[in-house]
Ligand binder design. Structure first.
Ligand SMILES: Nc1nc2[nH]c(O)nc2c(=O)[nH]1
Length: 464
């Protein structure tokens, strides 16, 4: 009999370790998960309940760990085409080196780069992705549409943070004037993107956030009006903040205050805001984020690659700030995988003042799942394995050479090599099986991204 809303198709996964990442960090050494349609029906110890109807698939998870799907909270997909460049630069020098290339992207390039970024993350266990896209050269087609199309093709849940820059060099900003939009143009295009793509319903596959880029590339008017627009439309707000000492100096020189005070003065602290990086935060900044419920996308690999510093994640968590993890753009984190961020969040924070007490493996897993769901405003739907939540989950293989000798599966997942994904589900729909994407042809994506990266290099060099 066919599946219906009253009689959903069920997938049963059993005989595996389960890390639910619920409020009590409940784990089962030998447990089960039952998926009914797009939601989780039950999670628990031992075998799945007997007598379930309409079981279309029963998976023996022996030697596996099942967790919530990973949630990425900060990325710039277009940077997939400019990986491995300006490898020994700090943030400002790196941006200045790359803006002229980025300002030449077009729609086929952006679509290919989005496919590459999404494919890389999905095959590594990401079930919810985001893209902060802030470069919109004139006359280059529907870039937002191309990104959303790539996310649909890949099959992951998705937030598009419609970015913008309007403070060019001649207004004291960092980007060249030819790389920025006008204030009115950016606001109007952002509003159109929300109208076209934002879906606020339970289980939505596409959401849109308002996301002016950073204090040194955006006018104060765009920050203020962007915040007003987001609140009028009922969508979330995202930006870069407190990333480097150079940004801090810029804010003091131009605005007479540090980044967090500047964000507060422009309406950019609140429960509907999450900010990438937040490396240079003093105690008062952390208290302001905690008081207002402002979230953080922690990007440890990128912060190391660009010599930005170490974000105070243990202090943020102690203060109750929502913290998720971000790959960041792959021009500053060439791996493009979120697993690396779980591992590096733990390792990098242990180099800070809290040393071995900085983060546990379970806290790192929480940052990459439930923490990400919180900062994206989707805690009620995803981020933990609990009945009624969406069936976004990953079955990780733990019985190979890489992990079999580690008794604790969560420690193995976080501290070990990237574990192979036997199965990932997004809303109950398989996206990865036995390490391969079901939705797009990885080899074809690899070829297209290589070709588009080469074309971008030729266009930048004036050869096309
Ligand atoms: N890590 C990054 N920081 C940024 N700030 C900014 O304005 N753009 C970027 C970026 O692409 N990556």
């Amino acid at each position: 009999m066919a599946a219906t809303a009253e009689r959903p198709a069920r997938i049963v996964i059993e005989n595996c370790a389960v890390a639910t990442v619920d409020a009590r960090d409940t784990e089962y050494a030998q447990g089960h998960v039952v998926v009914a349609g797009q939601v989780i029906e039950s999670v628990g110890e031992g075998k799945a309940p007997e007598g379930l109807e309409n079981v279309v698939r029963r998976i023996d998870g022996t030697g596996h760990l099942v967790t919530p799907g990973l949630v990425n909270t900060h990325h710039h997909f277009y940077q997939w085409l400019t990986r491995g460049l300006a490898t020994d630069h700090n943030l400002f020098d790196w941006l200045v080196a790359l803006y002229p290339t980025w300002a030449r992207i077009d729609e086929p390039m952006v679509h290919a780069a989005a496919q590459g970024s999404l494919a890389m993350m999905a095959r590594g266990g990401v079930t919810t992705a985001m893209d902060h896209h802030y470069v919109f050269p004139r006359g280059t087609g529907d870039l937002a549409g191309a990104i959303v199309r790539a996310a649909r093709e890949t099959g992951v849940r998705f937030t598009l943070a419609r970015g913008s820059m309007d403070r060019g060099e001649s207004d004291g900003g960092l980007p060249p004037d030819f790389a920025v939009e006008s204030l009115d143009g950016a606001l109007a295009a952002t509003e159109r993107t929300v109208a076209r793509h934002h879906d606020a319903s339970f289980g939505s596959m596409t959401q849109v956030a308002v996301a002016p880029c950073s204090p040194f590339s955006v006018s104060t008017e765009l920050m203020r009006e962007g915040a007003g627009l987001a609140r009028r439309l009922g969508v979330r707000l995202h930006t870069h903040g407190s990333e480097t000492v150079e940004e801090e100096k810029f804010c003091h020189e131009l605005f007479g205050m540090g980044p967090t005070a500047y964000f507060e003065s422009t309406g950019w602290l609140g429960e509907d805001v999450w900010m990438a990086h937040c490396v240079h935060m003093n105690d008062a900044d952390i208290a302001a984020f905690a008081r207002t419920g402002t979230g953080v996308a922690h990007c440890p690999s990128s912060n190391a690659r660009l010599a930005a510093g170490i974000a105070r994640v243990p202090d943020m968590l102690a203060a109750g700030i929502p913290v998720g993890l971000g790959v960041d753009g792959t021009a500053s984190n060439e791996s493009g995988e979120l697993h690396t961020e779980l591992r590096n969040a733990l390792l990098v924070n242990r180099l800070g003042p809290h040393r071995e007490a900085a983060l546990t493996a379970r806290q790192a897993l929480r940052l990459g799942t439930h923490g990400g769901a919180r900062v994206l405003g989707r805690e009620a739907e995803i981020g933990s394995l609990e009945p009624g939540k969406l069936a976004d989950l990953v079955l990780w293989r733990m019985d190979t050479l890489a992990h079999a000798s580690i008794a604790d599966p969560v420690a193995a997942l976080v501290l070990g090599a990237a574990a192979p994904v036997t199965l990932s589900l997004v809303g109950g729909v398989p996206v990865v099986e036995d390490g391969r994407l079901l939705t797009v042809d990885e080899d074809a994506v690899a070829r297209t991204t290589r070709d588009e990266a080469r074309r971008l290099a030729r266009v930048t060099a004036g050869e096309e």
